[in-house]
Design a protein around this ligand. Structure first.
Ligand code: CUK
Ligand code: CUA
Length: 641
């Protein structure tokens, strides 16, 4: 009864947006509560490096931001799904194909979950993957050049939220679908949802050398909402787990419909078994349009290819590959511990944390003890899979990470806290408030087989009084905790950019020595490059005028351009001849209504300009590059058509 009461309070709290009792002042976050040596623990002296990188999703900014830990300093915003006028991403000839989709050019998205590539279950720092939630896509970003190298669209999906988590050798990056939809899409009554809408779970293979993604297969699941996912690891490697809600298959999620079922499911997918089925020719190719966009580092150009079909598998085709694990109460995150044994279901309308056992699940499967198969998929009995539960842990559990020392750390949105608990005994060891209403948390490597521990940071949904007010909306806040001792210790509070949902973090030494500092000019294969000033030229092709231009401290070549007419389309192909670390040049021309260029050393980038007026118009370098930066300028003469 007590639980039921608590749960209803939680539900009401969510529905009315009540955000815990912690946001009523500064009593528990002010510096007075902190130990005196906290400053030392986050202080990175001038000129020294942070010990960890943190990559935070940008949420509605569509991008990925890079921070240092423990300082909380933001180093970079990497454009992924959104146009970025700061450097021309999504505007230049070279990068616009990255944002092509089957819906056309889509220069925005909502990115939630970055995940770093792994080898043998350990973060290897080669790539980071992130999902586009709204127009379903998965991106791969290189962690040598910190650029988006590939984006693949996910067909038959809508609300690509349960992504982009990867298997322990980066065999697959896996995408889900928050919304089930008609597959294939068609005109039909919405009320006929039940039984007709499908949830496509997508397994995208990753080439181990180049990282190139390819959709291997999609599983067409019942019409639930697939919220989050996590790979098995170690003993459960070969399985993937997805949380679901709306297992009622309701077409409207107004309260009455949404929480009828006391338990929803974690769907357990034996992907190895389905992979084997597909490798033997199983599944069906179905028509589906989706874009596959690739950036080539040698040509510095992106290309977009439209794919026409995808392989789909129905659960009934591969008996014994898919099971449903009952899990209370609308589980949000599902997180697998480093050993692969425990599958934590974070029931967001619950006060308890439900933990399933992989071993018990396998036993139940072998004994064929099921609770029926209401959806054509065997449902394992709750008692047969339950490992234990962390009782009265808090209100509204969302996400769990691990420290590799036998402890789980779970965020509770409604009670606005992080709770540390022990795997196996399920006892609560510590709890610390967050400011306020925490979503995800991250421990470096905390969702891999070998967490690096040391730090944990909480990403909070509401900021309110934490910083100087800057109007009705504040940047989101993050809090960094030291988790090396028995108790968590709050170290730092720092603002984040966009809305970070999840972050991936990794010790700096795994990445920093491989980071590219220039692009080699002698390897530049851009079709319109000019690798020395003697190759610069102005070429007219009908109405198109191509200007092969170079930059070097501190001039453009050519810097006086004539022969352009109103009605022409002018392409400034700017090659940066510099071969020194951190010497980009910029390019901007008056009236260009899109973006500027920032051109990295050795790179070629193209800005398109359609002059509307006769005249002599200036262009200049936008990046302060030398004492003669202000001399870095030129003119283009525009004559009548
Ligand atoms: S998340 Cu996407 S709604 Cu809990 Cu992973 Cu924030
Ligand atoms: Cu080049 Cu400023």
């Amino acid at each position: 009864m007590k639980n039921i009461l608590k749960t209803s309070v939680a539900l009401v709290s969510i529905l009315i947006g009540f955000t815990s009792c912690n946001n009523s002042g500064k009593s528990n976050g002010g510096s007075g509560a902190l130990a005196s040596n906290v400053a030392e623990k986050v202080y990175v002296p001038p000129g020294e490096y942070d010990s960890h990188y943190a990559f935070m999703s940008g949420g509605y900014s569509g991008n990925l931001t890079v921070y240092g830990l423990p300082s909380g300093r933001m180093f970079k915003e990497i454009p992924v799904f959104s146009q970025f006028p700061t450097n021309g991403y999504g505007y230049t000839e070279e990068t616009t194909p990255m944002l092509e989709t089957s819906y056309g050019f889509v220069p925005w998205d909502d990115s939630h979950h970055p995940d770093i590539s792994q080898t043998d279950g350990v973060l290897d720092g080669r790539w980071i993957f992130i999902n586009g939630n709204n127009t379903p896509r998965i991106a791969r970003i290189s962690l040598t050049n910190f650029e988006t190298e590939e984006i693949i669209e996910v067909p038959n999906s809508a609300g690509n939220h349960s992504s982009s988590y990867i298997t322990e050798n980066t065999e697959y990056v896996v995408a889900g679908t928050r919304f089930s939809v008609p597959v294939p899409q068609r005109d039909m009554p919405i009320k006929d949802y039940k039984g007709n809408f499908k949830g496509a779970l997508t397994f995208i293979s990753v080439d181990p050398e180049e990282g190139h993604m390819d959709i291997k297969f999609q599983i067409l699941m019942p019409g639930f909402n697939y919220d989050l996912s996590h790979p098995g690891r170690g003993k459960s490697h070969g399985w993937f787990f997805f949380t679901t809600y709306n297992t009622e298959e309701a077409n409207s999620l107004l309260e009455v419909n949404a929480s009828q079922n006391d338990k929803d499911f974690i769907a357990a997918i034996n992907w190895k078994k389905i992979e084997e089925y597909v490798n033997n020719g199983g599944g069906t190719m179905m028509p589906a349009n989706y874009a596959h966009n690739l950036y080539d580092e040698d040509t510095h150009m992106a290309t977009s290819t439209m794919k026409k079909e995808v392989r789909v598998v129905n659960p009934s085709e591969v008996p014994g590959a898919i099971y449903l694990l009952p899990t209370p109460k609308s589980p949000h995150g599902v997180d697998v511990d480093p050993s692969g044994e425990y599958i934590v279901g974070n029931g967001k309308l619950s006060a308890n944390l439900t933990v399933h056992s992989f071993t018990k699940m396998i036993d139940a499967i072998e004994n064929k003890e099921f609770d029926g198969d209401a959806y054509g998929i065997p449902i394992i009995k709750f008692e047969d899979v339950l490992a234990g539960s962390v009782e009265q842990a808090g209100l509204g559990p969302l996400h769990t990470e691990f420290d590799g020392k036998g402890n789980g750390y779970t965020t509770f949105f409604i009670s606005s806290e992080v709770v540390k608990w022990k795997l196996g005994t399920w006892e609560v060891l510590d709890r610390k408030p967050t400011y306020y209403s925490v979503g995800h948390l991250t421990i470096p490597g905390g969702n891999s087989r070998e967490p690096f521990g040391k730090y944990m940071f909480a990403m909070n949904k509401i900021t309110k009084d934490r910083y100087l007010p800057v109007g009705p909306e504040m940047e989101h806040s993050a809090q960094l905790y030291d988790i090396s001792g028995d108790k968590m210790e709050l170290l730092l509070d720092f603002p984040t950019h966009g809305e970070p949902h999840y972050a991936a973090a990794i010790p700096a030494e795994i990445i920093m020595n491989n980071v590219k500092k220039i692009y080699r000019l002698d390897e530049n294969e851009h079709p319109r490059k000019a690798t020395n000033e003697s190759e610069t030229k102005v070429v007219r092709e009908g109405k198109n005028v191509h200007i092969y231009m170079t930059t070097i401290r501190s001039h453009f070549s050519p810097d006086n351009i004539e022969g352009v007419k109103v009605g022409d389309k002018v392409f400034f192909h700017v090659t940066n001849l510099e071969q020194d670390f951190d010497v980009p040049h910029g390019f901007a021309v008056i009236g260009a209504n899109t973006a500027e260029l920032l051109v990295m050393p050795g790179q070629t980038r193209t800005l398109t300009w359609e002059p509307k007026q006769v005249g002599v118009w200036p262009f200049y370098c936008t990046d302060f590059c030398s004492a003669l930066h202000q001399e870095m300028q030129g003119y283009v003469r525009v004559s009548p058509a």
